[in-house]
Design a protein around this ligand. Structure first.
Ligand code: CP
Length: 315
C-alpha cells in the first residue's frame, strides 16, 4: 500500500483490522519502525479526533508528526491549472505540495468537499493533486468523497463488539441537522461495510439517497422505524442531498432516533462531532448502547495500522 485514500480489497481491509486490534493490545509493538521519519498532517478543514489520534498513532510508531493548518496558517492555495494568479490565491498547489513532499516522508491531508461542484468533489481533486505533486505516500484524513480512517475504526469497533459467527444487521441511518454536511462518512461507511461482506441497510428520507457507487448491494428502506427495529448496529449520520447536490430537501416525519425503537442489545454508532438532541438523543449517547467513545478511541489504532502498513512498504 502506497497511498491510503479508500477501501481497497476485503483482504487488505481485514488485514488492517487485525493489525489495528494488535496495536490496541500493544500500542508500542513497533515503536522503532518510524524512527527518523516525519509525517505532515495537513488540514484544510477543522478536526479534533483525526488530528490528535493520527499524531498519537505516529508517535506510537516512533515518527515525528507536524500539524499544519494550511487553511489558516498557510497561503491561500490555487488548485486550477493554467490560471493567471492575479486574484486572492497566493500559492499554487504545484509548489505547495512539492515543497511539503520535500519536508515530509508521508503526507496526510484533510480536504472537505465544496458541496457546490459535484464533479470536482467526487474526483477528490485536492487529495489527488497532493499525491501528484508531493511524490510522497498520502493518507486521507477525510477527503471530499470518503473518510477511510474513520471507516477502519468503525469496522474495527464492530469486529470488537460482535462476537458471533453470523453477520450482524447493520443500518446506516440519516439523522437531522441544521447545516449541509458532506457525504464522505456515509459513503465510506457503506463502501467498507459492503466491501467486508456485511448485511447493510440504509435508511434515509426521500431526496437523500447516496451515490449508488458506494451503496450498491445495500438494502434501501425509507421507513426508519422498520429499518432499525431488528438492527444489531445503527450508524447515525447526517448528510446533505447528493442528487440535488449539497442542498437540504424538505424532510417528512421525525428522524431523531429514540432508545425504545432499538433492540435491547443493539449498538449505536456515530463518528463525532455530534449535535446532541438534533442528530442523536442524550438517552442514546449516554446509554449503554453507545459505541461512540470506543469508535473515537479506535481512531488511534486504525491510523497506526495504516501508517505501519505504509512504512512497511516504503522500502
Ligand atoms: N470523526 C472525525 O473525523 O472527527 P474530527 O472531524 O474531529 O477529526
Amino acid at each position: 500500500m502506497k497511498n491510503y485514500i479508500k477501501f481497497d480489497t476485503k483482504y487488505s481491509a481485514e488485514k488492517l483490522i487485525i493489525s489495528a486490534l494488535q496495536f490496541k493490545e500493544n500500542p508500542f509493538l513497533k515503536k522503532e519502525i518510524g524512527k527518523g521519519l516525519r509525517i505532515g498532517l495537513i488540514f484544510l478543514n477543522p478536526s479534533l479526533r483525526t488530528r490528535v489520534s493520527t499524531q498519537i498513532a505516529a508517535n506510537n510508531l516512533g515518527m515525528e508528526a507536524i500539524v499544519f493548518n494550511i487553511d489558516k496558517e498557510g497561503w491561500a492555495l490555487e488548485f486550477e491549472e493554467g490560471v493567471i494568479m492575479n486574484e486572492n490565491k497566493a500559492e499554487h498547489i504545484k509548489e505547495a505540495a512539492s515543497v511539503l513532499g520535500g519536508y515530509f516522508d508521508i503526507l496526510a491531508i484533510r480536504a472537505f468537499p465544496t458541496l457546490i461542484d459535484k464533479e470536482q468533489d467526487m474526483a477528490d481533486k485536492v487529495i489527488h493533486q497532493f499525491i501528484k505533486y508531493s511524490q510522497k505516500p498520502v493518507v486521507s484524513l477525510e477527503s471530499s468523497s470518503r473518510h477511510p480512517l474513520q471507516s477502519l475504526a468503525d469496522m474495527m469497533s464492530i469486529e470488537e463488539t460482535w462476537q458471533k459467527v453470523s453477520k450482524p444487521k447493520i443500518v446506516l441511518s440519516w439523522a437531522p441537522h441544521v447545516k449541509a454536511l458532506p457525504h464522505a462518512v456515509p459513503n465510506s461507511f457503506a463502501e467498507w461495510a459492503l466491501g467486508l461482506g456485511h448485511n447493510l441497510t440504509i435508511t434515509q428520507p426521500d431526496g437523500y439517497e447516496l451515490d449508488a457507487q458506494f451503496t450498491k448491494g445495500a438494502a434501501i428502506e425509507y421507513d426508519q422505524e422498520k429499518a432499525v427495529a431488528d438492527a444489531d448496529f445503527v450508524y447515525v449520520k447526517n448528510w446533505s442531498s447528493y442528487h440535488d447536490y449539497g442542498k437540504l430537501p424538505k424532510v417528512k416525519g421525525k428522524w431523531l432516533l429514540k432508545d425504545h425503537q432499538l433492540k435491547e442489545n443493539a449498538k449505536i454508532m456515530h463518528c463525532l462531532p455530534v449535535r446532541r438532541n438534533l442528530e442523536l438523543a442524550d438517552e442514546l449517547l449516554d446509554g449503554n448502547k453507545s459505541l461512540v467513545p470506543l469508535q473515537a478511541q479506535n481512531r488511534i489504532y486504525a491510523a497506526q495500522a495504516v501508517l505501519f502498513e505504509i512504512i512497511s512498504n516504503m522500502g
